[in-house]
Design a protein around this ligand. Structure first.
Ligand SMILES: [Zn+2]
Length: 486
């Protein structure tokens, strides 16, 4: 009779084999981080010198595999000589760059002379193919859709976009065993019924409406369980699992159907990580570890049911949640919670951004969470006033004592000469033009969140453009900018 190890022991073994590697990858990451890509708004032109270097490197093969609508070259960077074909593509949505950065980190790692044994294991068993930034025209203007205005991820059947055609053609030519479909998701996703952001979310897409699980999909699920265990170590509780309803037009679902184990990875939010550099690192560590377990075949022993134990994705986070504030309206007081989000507005050239925030929801928000939460019990929401002495210019504004003004109830400063090129106010006071009339404070979905929180006649907090400022501590917290109303 053959002795069989219990499955959970085999499973631990698969994870244990790579856990040393995972820790070393995490600790040595900075050495491989591609330093030229440190902001989310990256462009195709920044990638080309990096890709060119791999053209000249003897271990790598670089092939032009297509062009975007505006003629930007799509390149496939390949390495390895193993039988297992692994295809990784990123940024089919132009404003989802985190994994593109991680791909160049992974390439730097593969190019280096370190981790020889692990790399040999990967490259002798696998051939890796990377297609970074599938939608460069979208990336150019930091938008999801391509130049035609369509979502490439709904074009897997009709194949009108050259980007989608390229993805399909490369997948078919490689007959890839594994496909990593790399995206970013909203930072407002959380792991269901927890305040933890879904820093990473996974999906092994269904290939039919019945959501059947064949070997192809099962393998994707197992690798996801493996990566989830890694992320749990560095971002405990911060993983979500996407709903697996079949979407017949999406690439992930079709790639699964076409016989490639499709793994969707979505990079979400991480507290304080606006440019998503920690999340990028988690991509690097978990994807490289996954390549190692794929090379070893050790993922095969992972029990499938673990996949469904990953909490589902939900979308219940706000940037700022204020609970139990008192709002006076037409002579009566009401208790309200506020959900506030800070929206990014691209600057010209799409290289940078500023914030224009919104009240996103009002009422009982007890089923929601905040990256930052304030219990405003006992605080009354008051409108801010315009400071009676106008300033002449930006220097005049910066000469003011912001905290003293906020404590005195002022949230707006009139400016005689607002510089044309200025998009936002650098201090926690809105700039208003000579003739601008401040609207009455209305607490409505969609308004800019600007008000004071007063207790016993004293202003304790100011909310300026959705940023919470603690006036008793004199702290501006994570404040970035206020607005200009000309
Ligand atoms: Zn996406």
């Amino acid at each position: 009779m053959k002795f069989l190890l219990p499955l959970f022991l085999l499973f631990s073994l698969a994870q244990a084999q790579t856990s040393d590697l995972t820790s070393s990858l995490y600790e040595t990451y900075d050495k491989y981080k591609e330093a030229t890509l440190d902001k989310r708004r990256i462009k195709h032109s920044q990638l080309q010198p990096l890709i060119d270097a791999y053209r000249k490197h003897p271990d790598f093969r670089v092939n032009k595999v297509g062009e975007s609508i505006e003629g930007r070259e799509l390149s496939l960077v390949s390495i390895g000589k193993g039988d297992i074909s692994v295809f990784l593509w990123s940024q089919m949505h132009g404003d989802e760059p985190t994994a593109t950065q991680a791909i160049f980190d992974i390439l730097n790692f593969l190019k280096s002379d370190d981790f020889k044994n692990e790399k040999r294991a990967i490259l002798e068993n696998c051939t890796l193919h990377f297609l970074p930034m599938l939608n460069p025209d979208g990336a150019e203007v930091f938008q999801r859709r391509n130049r035609l205005g369509i979502d490439v991820n709904r074009d897997a059947l009709r194949l009108q976009s050259p980007e989608g055609q390229t993805l399909k053609r490369v997948r078919d030519s490689l007959e890839a065993d594994f496909g990593f479909n790399l995206h970013d998701q909203s930072t407002y996703y959380n792991a269901e019924r927890t305040e933890k952001p879904a820093t990473i979310s996974y999906l092994a897409p269904a290939y039919n409406y019945e959501k059947d699980i064949n070997e192809v999909r099962a393998n994707a699920m197992k690798v996801i369980v493996f990566m989830n265990n890694i992320i749990q170590k560095y971002a405990p509780g911060q993983v979500g699992r996407y709903n697996d309803d079949f979407e017949p037009r999406a690439f992930g679902d079709n790639i699964q159907k076409w016989g490639t184990s499709a793994i969707l990875i979505e990079s979400g939010g991480y507290p304080g990580d606006v440019e998503k550099q920690e999340i990028r690192k988690l991509n690097y560590v978990s994807i490289l570890s996954a390549l190692y377990t794929i090379a070893q075949g050790s993922y095969k022993d992972i029990p499938l049911e673990r996949y469904n134990e990953i909490p589902e994705n939900d979308r219940k986070l706000f940037d700022l949640k204020i609970v139990n504030a008192t709002f006076p309206l037409l002579g009566k007081n009401y208790q309200i919670d506020l959900g506030i989000n800070r929206l990014e507005v691209n600057k010209e050239g799409y290289n940078d951004f500023w914030y224009s925030s919104r009240v996103w929801d009002i009422g009982d928000l007890s089923t929601y969470y905040g990256y930052e939460t304030l219990d405003a019990t006992g605080y009354v929401i008051r409108p801010g006033k315009v400071y009676p002495t106008p300033v002449n210019n930006m220097a005049g504004l910066e000469g003011l004592d912001t905290f003293a003004l906020l404590r005195a109830g002022y949230t707006y400063v009139r400016m005689q000469n607002i510089p044309k090129e200025k998009l936002s106010s650098p201090v926690a006071l809105h700039i208003v033009g000579k003739n601008y009339k401040i609207p009455d404070l209305a607490m409505e979905v969609g308004v800019n969140p600007t008000f004071l929180l007063e207790k016993n006649g004293k202003v304790g907090y100011a909310v300026i453009n959705g940023f919470l400022i603690n006036l008793s501590e004199g702290k501006t917290g994570n404040f970035k900018n206020a607005m200009i109303y000309r």
